[in-house]
Write a protein of this length. Structure first.
Ligand code: SF4
Ligand code: SF4
Length: 298
């Protein structure tokens, strides 16, 4: 399962510092910086009013930050939570559909802390195009959300994909996205990144498909697989999940993880955090309180 171009010692160091890539990384904290509003695809489980559920909890809106404000927030958070080792960009849209803001933020962070671990989450559509820039910015941790590798399934999840100045629909849209995700996955692993793959488990749509999907991810050399349950909660305003799709039960989620676990190491501790999450996993710091606090220097 190990990435092709990452030496075992380098991989172990990357794994140990990131709370999402290993349980030993739980002593460290992460901060998500909401700097990326736009998206280049549409997922049926996203209504664009809320944060990207590629990586983060849908139904929660983050206040967008400029790259400079993101760096300021990081400095403040690091003072308050010194264990903050990982800075992730995960939304509220797709970070790579907002390359300017994402790269400017990553560079601003690296300038104030050259030891920080930089992490990006993406739907993968623009990954091949942006990979060199991400590497140059120092990104070593990457998450790609891949919900399926079959375009017949994909066309039920993605109503459209915007690629090469064209809005694609139906099977063509799904196939384009899947091809680009797998190309990006392969290139990122070859370049030495530690790659996690997220899959949103949607009953009746892709739950019967996790086994072949995980097999393919293992073949490519992805490091860990994070199967996340679809969150479908009408109390989040207009958010109803995939055309009214229900959430998977705990048993269905466990079964999917068990099936996928035959080929891929499974992450079972994902908190489906907000795009502006701060702190150790499960011990989130309230960012609005922190930013309004007058006792801390900015
Ligand atoms: Fe929404 Fe994220 Fe899907 Fe884009 S990739 S449509 S922001 S869930
Ligand atoms: Fe980690 Fe999951 Fe939170 Fe992402 S959403 S930071 S993978 S726990």
């Amino acid at each position: 399962n190990s990435p092709l171009s990452l030496k075992a010692s380098e991989q172990a160091a990357l794994v140990a510092k990131h709370p999402c890539f290993s349980k030993e990384g739980h002593q460290y904290a992460r901060i998500h910086l909401p700097v990326a509003p736009a998206c280049n695809i549409q997922c049926n489980y996203c209504n664009r009013k809320f944060d990207c559920s590629n990586e983060t909890r849908p139904g929660v809106v983050s206040k967008l930050l400029s790259p400079a404000a993101a760096a300021t927030r990081f400095v403040k958070v690091k003072q308050h939570v010194p264990e903050t080792q990982v800075v992730g960009i995960a939304g509220p849209g797709d970070p790579l559909a907002n390359p300017k803001a994402t790269l400017a933020s990553l560079k601003a962070i690296a300038k104030v802390d050259d030891e920080v671990h930089l992490c990006v989450s993406t739907n993968g559509l623009a990954l091949v195009d942006q990979l060199d820039s991400l590497l140059a910015a120092g990104v070593k941790h990457l998450t790609i959300t891949i919900n399926c590798i079959d375009a017949d399934i994909g066309q039920r999840i993605y109503p459209w994909v915007y690629f090469n100045q064209r809005r694609l629909r139906g099977r063509e849209a799904a196939q384009t996205l899947i091809d680009r995700q797998l190309l990006g996955l392969e290139a990122a692993i070859k370049a030495g990144m530690l790659v996690k793959v997220n899959t949103v488990l949607i009953p009746g749509i892709n739950d019967f498909h996790v086994e072949p999907l995980a097999k393919e991810l293992g073949r490519y050399g992805a490091f860990i697989h994070n199967i996340m349950p679809l969150i479908s909660d009408p109390s989040h305003g207009t958010y109803f999940g995939l055309m009214g799709q229900r959430e998977p039960s705990k048993e269905e989620l466990n079964l999917a993880r068990e099936q996928a676990g035959q080929s891929m190491q499974q992450m079972t501790h994902c908190q489906q955090c907000r795009a502006d999450a701060v702190g150790k996993l499960g011990q989130d710091v309230d960012i609005s309180q922190l930013e309004s606090s007058s006792t801390l220097p900015v």
